[in-house]
Design a protein around this ligand. Sequence first.
Ligand SMILES: [Zn+2]
Length: 449
Amino acid sequence: MRFAYGRLPWRRGAVLGSALLVLVTAPAASTATERSGPAPARSVILLIGDGMGDAEITAARNYSVGAAGRLAMDTLDASGRRTTYAVDERGRPVYVTDSAAGATAWATGRRTVNGRVSKSHDTDRPMPTLLELARDRGYATGSVTTASVADATPAALTAHVTDRSCKGPADMAACPADTRAGGGEGSIAEQTVAARPDVLLGGGADHFAQTVTDGPFRGRTVTQQARAAGYQVVRDRTQLAAARPGRPVLGLFAPEYVPVEWTGPPAAPGGTAPQRCATRNPGRPAGTPDLAESTRAALDLLTARAHHRGAPGRGFFLQVEGASIDDRAHEADPCGQLGETLAFDRAVAAALDHAERHPRTLVIVTADHGHATQILPHDARPAGLSATLVTDEGGVMQLGYGTALPGETQEHTGVPVPVAARGPLADRVRGVQDNTSLFGTVTAALGLR
Ligand SMILES: [Zn+2]
């Protein structure tokens, strides 16, 4: 059976599912949740550093607070490791994941093939996501990223497509089954608006400016579809600050990726002279909110939304992605990568500050996969690209990138990634966890099952 999702069909499916459950297990089923009491957590904030393995975290720590210092993400009470592998169409392990399969693992609790977004590895069918489940149980929901809102990591919460490249209505070449003409629900951007999270913030205005080709919004752009669905569409810091919680908010702060925070010379064959990073990117428009700012705005909007929703004891589910840690590591751009890792860490600090003021908030910080960065002896002569940086504490740190030939895009790696948590059920992240287990942690915390 095709999984029904999106606006009305999903809700109809959910109601039907509950009705069947009652028929099968009556009379006790309807009182089971009441007997078990409130969910352990009122809200969950899941922060994802894309491509942020231990080497990327350590490089950012060394550069900023020093080798003996601690980042905000280092201070969480419970920590462990998550595996990161994907599968092929027959379910056999593929040891290095991409961001689509990586996000699908925690968003749905199931591994899938690389490139696929919240659809099954074998039959290519939609699988329900954390955001959809939380929304249908009366939680406010949100997603914040520095990539396009239609990029793989946020998309895994709000869309189901065969290939991550199907971001807008004009990008559907790799997703024939997902086109409306083919009986599907359309592109990631269309599905994301239809999924109706309360807050969506990031880049990707170009994908939302594309014209819908079929279905009820044919001939209109996805942005117009969003406005018709009641969204406040905001483009910069001032408009974001003026957004009100009465209606959902779609923030599109850049045509594609939100411009990065820091710049500097890229890694090079044979290395670079010792250098400092430029901590202001002249290519970043002045009104562009940074990730921590967007995170705080999302937390305020979601807190207010949850308050007015009339679902007692239920707060929100929010995912925050630092996307360009990965993007800059692909380009062997150490300063870009460090600036994004530290911007992500400030978003973690904003989440921890919120949790401090709002009891029963579970904060989880993790990554989707490791990346190419290695921290090398300062006098090493690596075969690949490298750059030498002078850290804030005056140390000399050489970073190497050697997972692809010079001139090619650096690759992800198959290492397990750190996971850390604070709040209700935080202990569940300890030890070595399967990459799908976060789904169970979040559903247990919010009582979604
Ligand atoms: Zn990547």
